[in-house]
Design a protein around this ligand. Structure first.
Ligand SMILES: C[S@@+](CC[C@H](N)C(=O)[O-])C[C@H]1O[C@@H](n2cnc3c(N)ncnc32)[C@H](O)[C@@H]1O
Length: 289
């Protein structure tokens, strides 16, 4: 292990804080990422009036330190996201996956979506708007969209559903802006009817799976990169168990379950990072792209 202690953050302090973040959020900080801890935690320390990392560690170890612990984890997470990110998975979901899934669920009239690491909500809200816009008949179905993130700050932002012009410009089609958003000063607020479609929870992905079952579409995008291989394998095993046999797993542009699990396969002819369990129905009843 490289000992690259910096002037402010001694190596033993780095190791302690890194272990705390791993225990709390399963997020891995590499040996050479002293700068990450220093730069992300400096504003937290300033706000808390904490002068040194040693003092911060002492505070984190106090019995009533949960709010500070959460602030530290919030500061470390990277929350990059935007509406309809990567476009293609959403197009395939709308044009191919959902029409066939809806057909298969026509009797039970129930659909369950899950979003792991939802950040400020653009990903689940993209799907909620799509459901309203393209599948209005589903309004009478039992729909559940569950979205979790470890960052309480992001979950509060997601629940608020209030976005800057910059965030709106990143991926939101103009017709959806006109139809589902209202201006509030310098921001745009998503209509309550769409906000109400998504149930947000502040929770680690590692802990949520015992509460889930029968998921039809599971988004796990741009989050596995923060975890070590053991956690990634563990999470994909959990995904395998909560996803319905004919459900779908949607991952990020550069991601695939194959590295951590043999239980999933790509859809025939697909390049949109949508996967299904190998135990799913034979090809004849499987979606064709
Ligand atoms: C880069 S964002 C991806 C957001 C969205 N999925 C997307 O692709 O646009 C990753 C999110 O994962 C969250 N995260 C990191 N570790 C987590 C954990 N252990 N449990 C739940 N969320 C976590 C971060 O707070 C962050 O908001």
């Amino acid at each position: 292990m490289m000992e690259t202690a910096s002037a402010n953050l001694a190596h033993d302090e780095f190791v302690t804080i890194r272990q705390f973040i791993y225990d709390k959020a399963s997020i891995v900080i590499e040996d050479d990422q002293h700068y990450l801890i220093e730069s992300r935690l400096a504003p937290v320390m300033e706000r808390e009036g904490v002068q040194t990392f040693r003092h911060l560690i002492q505070q984190l170890q106090q019995p009533a330190s949960e709010p500070l612990q959460n602030r530290v984890v919030n500061a470390i997470t990277t929350n990059e996201t935007y509406f309809f990110r990567d476009v293609k998975p959403f197009t395939v979901l709308r044009d191919k996956v959902l029409p066939q899934l809806i057909e298969r669920r026509r009797t039970e009239r129930q659909l369950r979506f899950f979003f792991g690491g939802c950040s400020s909500g653009q990903e689940p809200y993209s799907v909620a708007m799509m459901l309203r816009q393209s599948f209005p008949d589903l309004a009478t179905w039992d729909l559940k969209l569950i979205a979790v993130d470890i960052s309480g700050e992001m979950i509060r932002r997601a629940q608020e559903g209030c976005y800057t012009q910059f965030e709106i410009n990143r991926g939101l089609p103009a017709p959806l802006l006109v139809k589902y958003f209202e201006r509030q000063g310098l921001h745009w607020r998503l209509q309550q009817t769409i906000r109400d479609m998504v149930e947000f929870q502040e929770m680690s992905l590692v802990n949520i799976f015992s509460q889930l079952a029968d998921i039809d579409v599971l988004f796990l995008r741009n989050i596995l990169i923060y975890f070590d291989e053991k956690t990634r394998r563990h999470l994909l095993t959990r995904v395998e168990h909560v996803l319905r046999p004919d459900g779908y797993l949607i991952m990020g542009a550069a991601e695939a379950p194959i590295f951590y699990s043999t239980a999933f396969e790509t859809l025939p002819g697909d390049s949109s990072n949508i996967f299904c369990p190998k135990s799913s129905p034979p090809n004849s009843t499987r979606i064709k792209l």
